[in-house]
Design a protein around this ligand. Structure first.
Ligand SMILES: C[S@@+](CC[C@H](N)C(=O)[O-])C[C@H]1O[C@@H](n2cnc3c(N)ncnc32)[C@H](O)[C@@H]1O
Length: 235
């Protein structure tokens, strides 16, 4: 996983040629731990307070536009309940609110991420965004009934957890099933998983609705995408 892999970054993934103990080819990484994200967002909060800089936008600005455009094209009602899983600095929530969505919730297991997103949202003068510290792998019972769930880099981060990453991914799919309404949409952007791999990860209870176009790269005569962006629908 690399920051800004879409639109600016190098698109390098965290896949290691040697493979991980879990057999997925991922090298376990600090990016999979809460301590890492707490430290990142603590730092970004300080930077925001000092300079007003909101910090890293994962996968670049275009990744947010791509999702919002899809929601508008498919006439997702502006009052549909939308959950941003692992919201980080919450900048995507701000963009959703500016696009007119009025029933939006951001969760993150890092309290410093939620403090940062709260500060950014407050500075933007937006008052109707719900924020909660929640571990999506162990969510509260209240985290249900959503029409749209969005993941930009969070499943990637969870996949890099040093312990039991395979189990954690299964827990993720279960939590998603609980959070999302039947026929609800799940929009995932990932730089660690290909389209085929994501189809496999979310094969139970979800079906592919649409693949969103992402920038292509060409290397050694072969072309591919460094980022996958898929829309699933809960069956
Ligand atoms: C790569 S960052 C992406 C942040 C944000 N979605 C964005 O696009 O800028 C991954 C985020 O997932 C959060 N995260 C990782 N595991 C989580 C979990 N189990 N529950 C909730 N949030 C989690 C991290 O704290 C971090 O904010």
């Amino acid at each position: 996983m690399s920051e800004g892999a879409d639109g600016g970054g190098d698109g390098a993934s965290a896949r290691s040629p040697g493979g991980s103990p879990g057999g997925d080819g991922f090298a376990p990484s600090a990016l999979g731990t809460r301590e890492h994200w707490d430290a990142v967002y603590e730092r970004e909060l300080q930077t925001f307070q000092e300079y007003g800089d909101t910090g890293e936008i994962w996968f670049g600005e275009e990744s947010m536009t791509r999702l919002i455009r899809w929601m508008q094209k498919h006439k997702i009602p502006l009052d549909a309940s939308v959950l941003d899983i692992g919201t980080g600095n919450g900048v995507f929530l701000v963009e959703l609110a500016k696009s007119g969505f009025s029933n939006i919730t951001g969760i993150d297991y890092s309290p410093s991420a939620i403090r940062l997103s709260g500060s950014i949202i407050e500075k933007e003068g937006l008052s109707n965004i719900k924020l909660k510290v929640e571990d999506f792998l162990n969510p509260s019972t209240k985290l249900s009934g959503f029409h749209v769930c969005i993941d930009k880099g969070t499943f990637d981060a969870i996949s890099l957890h040093p312990d039991s990453a395979v189990e954690k991914r299964k827990q993720y799919v279960q939590s998603l099933s609980r959070a999302l309404n039947v026929k609800g949409f799940f929009l995932i952007t990932s730089c660690n998983w290909t389209k085929e791999e994501l189809l496999n990860e979310f094969s139970e209870g979800f079906e592919l609705f649409e693949e969103l176009p992402t920038p292509k790269f060409t290397f050694g005569g072969r072309s591919g995408n460094s980022v996958a962006a898929l829309v699933f629908q809960k069956t």
